[in-house]
Write a protein that binds this ligand. Sequence first.
Ligand code: 0PR
Length: 352
Amino acid sequence: MQRATPQDFSRVLSSMCTEPHPDARAAAERFLATNPGDPGTYESVAALEREVVAGLGDLASLDDAAGYVTSGGTEANIQAVRIGRNRAATRDPNFVVPDSAHFSFRKAADVLGVEMRVAPTEDGVADLDGVAELIDDDTVAVVGVAGTTEYGRVDPVPALVDVVEDENPGALVHVDAAWGGFALPFADYAWDFADADIDTMTIDPHKMGQAVVPAGGLLARGPELLDELSIDTPYLESTSQVTLTGTRSGAGVASAAAALDALWPDGYRAQYETATANAEWLFDRLTDMGYPVVEPTLPLVSADLGTERIEALREAGWRLSRTEAGEARFVMQPHVTRETLRSVVADLRRLE
Ligand code: 0PR
């Protein structure tokens, strides 16, 4: 049987995954057979998971953070909506997202039986009047996005919190920072749990955190929020479980702990600064070439190159995907270097 080779990252431009940090890779291998879903048996990986939650709490300025390492942003987002639903009394629940929200919220609506209401965005961020109009007494959660999948935009979360306070203070405020979470601490417009009354947040180590897949993150302001997810586990040493999946990846957990240990804060700061400089460089080049480019906030550049050019770049081996509006999406993950960008821009010039 021929051995399949995994993707070589040198031409991957649109993925939110990246080459794991060497320490993360080594830790993942050591913990491959462990199951943090059974902390009574696998104590050391359970301890590492507590470290990861505390570390993600440090990133988001949340002391005594509650949370756990999920299978990814999808699970964290589903669980956040589930917390909102479970703690509310209504029989006819809804939640509100901006139209920039990731499709995982559609899955949340479907599996949880909660109506999803979609508010408009303006210039890529949630339109707060539009959000306010959709909130009613049956709203169990309101979502803000910090680092949208298509444009890297960041919603005005403190103002969003004020809107929720005015319209329905009982609704959960959830921030999806699945991709942006590892950049926010270094962005000058940033806010976090210390500045805004956020209840829950998604931050994924397997995106900008340089951990291995699967390692997502759900953070909650307090243990009582996570308790909303608690299910009894009669025959395990531990008596309850809050996770959506049962057996989980100890590799993901150990890798996230190792990545945080190696990179927080200086390594992630350097990564953010390089990525931001690269995003600005690419924005300038593509603008000079006459393409319409969406100005980046977090390091993600979307540019309208036209379908044929995107196809030609794909044929040349570049891994590029499109936004719903058809722009090419360049995600400045750590493996996307200035050299990579020079090379794709040179290929693009040849197509002119
Ligand atoms: N929230 C946001 C803001 C996201 O961008 C994503 C994933 C999620 C939640 C869901 O996270 P999981 O995929 O971990 O469950 N967005 C990426 C995207 O759609 C997912 C991805 C990652 C796609 C790597 C392709 C890829 O190669 O771009």
